[in-house]
Design a protein around this ligand. Structure first.
Ligand SMILES: Nc1ncnc2c1ncn2[C@@H]1O[C@H](COP(=O)(O)OP(=O)(O)OP(=O)(O)O)[C@@H](O)[C@H]1O
Ligand SMILES: [Mg+2]
Length: 272
């Protein structure tokens, strides 16, 4: 085994370190002051995604987005014609139905870090500060190598113009201008995902520039059954293999509610 002299391990580490497009996934580059910009966090992507129920949303993402982002040759072929890959997505739907999860899954599949921008945090009452916050986030992101960026609760920053008024309205409008100007010059390989529970509150111009809109709704009976089957299997050794039937027989208002029920059962069985 070449693992004995470390060659296999090194090769594997190298493979893991390289993204699907062959670029090395670099550690995030920081600003000159070494700080992350206000409102931006680095998200974990190494979560347990084995229990994920396949949904039309994930299938759609797999077919359209992963096809372009996973294979370097597709990416390069598009670039040759001056065409960008599908890189501006909108995830919408009620809370707790997998928008953040799907962003984590995409980043994991692509082999890129996931940065999360909490849009509400960028909005301040101080004149000009919101646009400055957006500018700092975009400057920081533009320095990164291949990455996935989730703009969460995007409707708080990019509001429909009919909802804006007064000074705050003017500030949001100039923040939007900063965002578009920076996106017009964008060169970094960044997959932008906007997420919202309230798509009707969002700016129409932003919506019109989105490549792909994906809805995330509550789990279907089939999805509940698949989540229940996964966890029943896990609980089999603790004597809880039939427990999944009670989960599968119920309607769930969200994936989050379903997962909370799973969590309390797993805790109960495992600590018995
Ligand atoms: N496809 C799925 N299969 C199984 N569980 C899922 C799935 N999608 C989401 N979940 C579970 O639901 C939880 C909530 O999902 P998530 O945080 O992605 O929702 P969200 O749409 O981002 O919610 P919010 O709008 O509140 O931010 C996840 O932590 C996960 O446990
Ligand atoms: Mg979320």
């Amino acid at each position: 085994m070449d693992g004995a002299n470390g060659r296999g391990d090194r090769r594997q580490a190298k493979r893991l370190h390289r993204g699907a497009l062959g670029q090395v996934n670099q550690l995030p580059r920081k600003n000159s002051d070494g700080e992350l910009p206000v409102g931006l966090t680095i998200e974990k992507t190494a979560r347990n995604l084995a229990a994920l129920a396949t949904s039309d949303s994930l299938r759609h993402l797999q077919a359209v987005v992963l096809g372009q982002w996973k294979h370097g040759d597709t990416f390069a072929k598009l670039a040759k014609h001056g065409i960008r890959p599908v890189d501006r997505l909108l995830f919408y739907g009620p809370p707790g139905n997998g928008k953040t999860m799907a962003a984590q899954w995409l980043a994991q599949q692509i082999g890129a870090p996931l940065y999360r921008v909490q849009c509400e945090t960028l909005v301040t009452a101080y004149s000009g500060q919101t646009a400055a916050n957006v500018g700092r986030v975009m400057e920081w992101l533009a320095l990164q190598s291949r990455s996935v960026v989730l703009f969460d609760e995007v409707e708080t920053l990019f509001q429909s113009r009919t909802r804006m008024d007064g000074n705050i309205g003017r500030d949001l409008s100039s923040a939007m201008t900063v965002f578009w100007q920076s996106l017009d010059r964008w060169e970094a390989p960044t997959l932008f995902i906007m997420a919202t529970n309230l798509p009707e509150h969002m700016d129409a111009a932003l919506k019109s520039r989105i490549d792909l809109q994906i809805e995330f709704g509550p789990p279907t009976d089939e999805q509940v059954a698949s989540v229940a089957a996964y966890w029943s299997e896990v609980l089999h050794e603790y004597g809880g293999h039939e427990w999944g039937a009670s989960l599968a027989g119920r309607k769930w208002e969200s994936f989050r509610a379903l997962f909370h029920a799973v969590q309390s059962c797993v805790r109960e069985f495992v600590t018995r």
